[in-house]
Ligand binder design. Structure first.
Ligand SMILES: [Zn+2]
Length: 275
């Protein structure tokens, strides 16, 4: 377990296209002495925190004084898995690149950069009593536990159907990191109509056809799709600013509900303690 505040040991860059904007973006990761993760775009410092989250339709967007950065969730999950608590992310466009659709390349960059430890602690948030949120037929529930455990269930039309996965030791669940984002073939047209997914292709998303996966190499894991939903949840939970400890169960959740969960969690200081 990570005990202290940490940052990256050296600067590194990652470039790629945004899934929704389709435009090329470069990120530069810099060490940070202050606690927390923050983006810098157009000279604006935007803390990657749940109370800065705006649009949650197809990705998690944060913003400050009218300057927004979207699709932060996979990058946030990579920071979580790397154990990095303090980092500045300079970005030269409004959307974090999608890369291969997972958190893999970010994680690799962080791993190569290495981790620098500060003396300060208080990086964990422990859930002290049950907290839950619902929206239509989806929900997120948390109960006290000394580690982070996530149980996720999803339900889509065939050939996906129902999938469920329980991850007991999330900090070391490495099959989550390179599980890719996915979309149903029939949804692509609707998403493009609202001006999103311009950069989407079989290179950065799993596309679910009417009776099979359309990517030539198929899935990376049998449970890649539910794994990816766990990846999104981990990234979104890290906008709490802390490494959450608790037993979390989620059903058909998405970025909106993940954010609502954090708002509910922080609405009463009796719900949690920091250490
Ligand atoms: Zn995702």
């Amino acid at each position: 377990m990570i005990k202290r505040q940490t940052t990256i040991n050296r600067i590194f860059k990652v470039s790629g296209i945004g899934l929704h904007s389709g435009s090329e973006v470069t990120l530069e990761f810099l060490p940070r002495r202050e606690f927390g993760i923050a983006f810098v775009y157009k000279g604006e410092l935007i803390p990657a925190r749940y109370d800065m989250v705006g649009d949650t339709r197809l990705s998690t967007q944060i913003g400050c004084n009218g300057v927004n950065v979207s699709t932060i969730e996979h990058l946030m999950a990579a920071l979580y898995f790397s154990g990095i608590t303090n980092c500045l992310v300079y970005i030269n466009g409004p959307e974090v690149p999608i890369l291969d659709g997972s958190a893999w390349e970010f994680y690799q960059g962080m791993w190569k950069a290495g981790v620098y430890e500060f003396p300060e602690t208080e990086v964990y948030l422990k859930v002290l009593r049950p907290v839950e949120v619902h929206h239509n037929d989806s929900w997120v529930k948390a109960k006290p536990l000394n580690t982070l455990e996530i149980t996720m269930s999803i339900e889509f039309r065939p050939p996906v159907g129902k999938q469920k996965k329980r991850v007991m030791d999330v900090e070391n669940a490495f099959s989550i990191i390179n599980s890719r984002t996915f979309v149903l073939q029939e949804e692509i047209e609707a998403i493009r109509k609202i001006g999103l997914a311009k950069g989407g292709s079989l290179d950065n998303a799993v596309v679910i056809g009417s009776d099979d996966i359309m990517n030539p190499l198929g899935l990376r894991y049998k449970k890649e799709l539910v794994n990816h939903k766990i990846l999104d949840l981990i990234g979104d939970l890290y906008t709490s600013g802390y490494r959450i400890l608790g037993k979390i169960e989620a059903h058909k959740t998405g970025h909106y509900l993940n954010n609502l969960f954090l708002k509910e969690l922080f609405s009463d200081p009796k719900n949690y303690s920091l250490y």
